[in-house]
Design a protein around this ligand. Sequence first.
Ligand SMILES: Nc1ncnc2c1ncn2[C@@H]1O[C@H](COP(=O)(O)OP(=O)(O)O)[C@@H](O)[C@H]1O
Ligand SMILES: [Mg+2]
Length: 252
Amino acid sequence: MAGRNAAGGIRFRGSHGISAQFLPPAPPKHFVGRLRELEQLRPNGVTLVSGPAGVGKTALALRWLHDRCSGDQLYLDLTVREPVELRLGRLLRALRLNDVPAEDRVAAFRSIVLKQKITLLLDNASSADQVTPFLPASGTVVVTSRSSLDLGGAEIALDPLTDETGSLAPLLDLSYVELPERQARLYRLCAWHPGTHFDVPEAAAIAGESECDVEDALDDLVEKALLTEVGDTAFGFHDLVRAHARAKRQIG
Ligand SMILES: Nc1ncnc2c1ncn2[C@@H]1O[C@H](COP(=O)(O)OP(=O)(O)O)[C@@H](O)[C@H]1O
Ligand SMILES: [Mg+2]
């Protein structure tokens, strides 16, 4: 059920009306592989998806939630530093529970998640302590982290995607052929940047364009899942995507 709150213009989905800022984003359009991992992820329980930055943790979790979980889902990005009681306060308000005193928020959140059978995705956890306040007594929770946190549940350690099936290049081509020429050029050129990530001024220098134009084009490439945002100000390629971009090599 999708609708619009006449008063606030906030988008709601699901019968319990979780506000849009806490809904999981869409999984990558051209998701490939990870069949074993998608099987390993199980409902009912806590699963940690671990692995280095850019390996595909969030993509896997989003794909699984999208395909295999029914009911309400809630997405929390723990990279954003925020005291836990403030975060819980915002969450509870998003769940239409206003004015819960700070000391009762953990219990209130856990019980509402349990009662409404809400599936949780806690993205980018850096410690177990950061996760604990959000864990209901039972239910489905997926946590992603660069570290192998001990959360008392299952762990799926992700290795980089290999292109064994050769299935990624044709999918990337689908996105690539739809790119306006300026974006396609930027995609090809930035793939030759020697580091793991680059920022707007660097991309502008590589392309010989203004930072302003380049920033818009980089954002479009992120939206099309050809580039990844690294922190607040930088961009990077997934290894296989970089290889694809380099293979296009019509430099100019
Ligand atoms: N299985 C996959 N198929 C297609 N693209 C993927 C896949 N896994 C990751 N990606 C892409 O690779 C990039 C990095 O993945 P992401 O899930 O954000 O990594 P992490 O969360 O581990 O830092 C994103 O652009 C994402 O869309
Ligand atoms: Mg991630």
